[in-house]
Write a protein that binds this ligand. Structure first.
Ligand code: NAP
Length: 473
């Protein structure tokens, strides 16, 4: 089916189309317009012109629009999830979970729209501040260029569109080429709300073409990007003085202390390592387990992993389906082979069966193996033995990335130590690094990016603080 992109409240055809294939069946599921640079420039002009209508809205209006978007997702929950499952091969139970989170994200955005406040400045605290009265106001930054990845095609879009609307900005959204249908469905929903036409636009097509147009345009005041470190760094290099928020990848680590209840922990680890085929930025990739519980952990972890249901993403029982592209599965396989050549042992999986990369557990993995030091973005997890917590912390910190990390421990001082010493954006005590709710501050250090998401924090990135000083004369 030939799709159109969405600009100024209208559906637009392009001269060039590209087939979109299901990652699972490989069948063609849609024809997607490939916007040219000129077409993107038109969308940017429209978004720029819509700023006036956007700034005329009150906080009450913006919150009501965001509430309406949340309600439309409640009304169309199943359809929105089926679209994700179709284009990304996300098992339907996880796709439904993503829509539930999307609803929450827009609700949080509606609430935050009402809390956009500045602060009083005690001007007379300075020698030269007598008789001055100062305060700040948070103003919308303007046109936001939002570039999103394939792995959470609705909720990660919500993390950009929700705060942008809450702050009174206008948006040009470029979804990942593999998952444009979710973004276009969002446009269908937003079209039914009172959001001024032109304030939200979706352009589909090549990342390079659309990305370049967004980065080059002086009218785009901020690029908010979620995706791979290589692309993120390229954007930053070219963005000049434009504000840039980068939510990039990771190779998240977890420490498991002795004296913990493995029966409670292991199911969480299986979920953290393999949900969405490991294609999650905070997927559990590196596990460091204390000697005392190591063998028992491996036993329980592999037993539960081998029970995962592998197959069609549309089946409600399916836990694992195909990765986003066959080339990605081949890459993951070659990384496992490299680890094995370097002395690692495959405990589970390690192969592609019926077009699906099986959930894979590796042990005895060297820090230089790709499956350890790079972002694996596949259902692969390593489990290494450690003999001290320090060894685990050092292993996790021995990484170019730093998004989130976790530790399971019953020792308070160990928990404090880990929270202090782990070099990441978020430490989860007694949880997997994969834990996230949508209002918490979220973002990494090192190559995992700059800037925070989590609605309130994204709004801070998407607003300019203006100071007003009154001289009482
Ligand atoms: P990707 O290949 O970097 O693509 C992300 C987006 O960037 C897509 O829309 C892509 O468009 C676009 N793009 C590609 N080349 C571009 C260019 N030269 N200029 C501007 N934009 C360009 O990432 P992905 O494979 O979709 O997603 C996986 C990555 O996202 C992983 O590294 C993962 O860790 C990261 N991620 C991070 C977070 C977080 O919050 N930290 C969350 C989720 C995912 P095309 O699809 O058209 O190429």
């Amino acid at each position: 089916m030939k799709k159109q992109y969405y600009v100024n409240g209208k559906w637009v055809s392009s001269n060039k189309y590209k087939e979109l294939h299901s990652p699972h069946t490989k069948e063609v599921i849609a024809q997607i317009p490939q916007a040219t640079q000129q077409e993107v420039d038109i969308a940017i002009d429209i978004a720029d012109e819509a700023r006036k209508q956007m700034t005329a809205l009150t906080a009450y209006d913006r919150a009501a629009i965001l509430e309406h978007i949340a309600q439309l997702f409640i009304d169309h929950r199943q359809k929105a999830a089926e679209i994700i499952s179709l284009e990304a091969s996300k098992p339907i139970k996880y796709a439904l979970g993503e829509i539930d989170r999307t609803i929450e994200t827009y609700k949080f955005a509606a609430e935050e729209a009402k809390r956009l406040t500045g602060e009083m400045i005690p001007m007379d605290a300075a020698q030269n501040g007598a008789n001055r009265f100062g305060y700040t106001i948070e103003q919308p930054i303007g046109v936001v260029g939002a570039i999103t990845p394939f792995n959470f095609p609705q909720n990660l879009v919500a993390h950009k569109v929700g705060p942008a609307i809450a702050a009174g900005n206008t948006i040009v959204l470029k979804p990942a080429s593999q998952t444009p249908l979710s973004a276009l469905f969002l446009a269908e929903l937003i079209d039914q709300t009172a959001l001024p036409k032109g304030a939200f636009n979706v352009v589909t097509g090549s990342g390079k073409t659309i990305g370049d147009a967004l980065i080059k345009s002086d009218k785009v005041k901020m690029i908010t990007f979620t995706g791979s470190p290589a692309v993120g760094k390229g954007i930053r290099d070219r963005a000049g003085l434009k504000k840039v928020a980068l939510e990039l990848g990771s190779n998240s680590g977890l420490i498991i202390d002795k004296n913990v209840d493995l029966a409670q922990i292991v199911p969480k680890c299986v979920m953290g390592a393999f949900s969405n085929q490991g294609q999650v930025c905070i997927s559990l990739q590196r596990t460091y387990v204390m000697d005392e519980v190591y063998d028992e952990f491996i036993e329980q972890f592999s037993t539960l992993t081998n029970k995962l249901v592998i197959g069609n993403p549309e089946d409600e029982s399916t836990d694992i389906s195909a990765m986003i592209h066959p080339d990605e599965q081949e890459r993951a396989l070659s990384w496992v082979q490299e680890a094995v050549e370097q002395g690692s042992k495959v405990i589970s999986g390690g192969m592609i069966e019926n077009g699906i990369f099986l959930p894979t557990i590796l042990t005895n993995v060297g820090a230089d193996s790709k499956v350890s030091c790079q972002e694996v973005f596949a259902p692969i997890v390593l489990v290494n033995r450690i003999s001290s917590i320090d060894e685990g912390i050092d292993a996790i910190n021995n990484s170019n990335f730093g998004l989130q990390a976790g530790i399971f421990t019953n020792d308070i001082s160990t928990a404090f130590k880990a929270s202090k010493e782990l070099q990441v954006g978020g430490v989860m005590i007694n949880d997997i690094p994969t834990y996230r709710v949508d209002q918490m501050p979220y973002g990494g250090v090192k190559d995992s990016g700059t800037g925070k998401e989590g609605i309130k924090y994204a709004i801070q990135e998407m607003t300019e603080t203006k100071l007003v000083v009154w001289n009482q004369q």
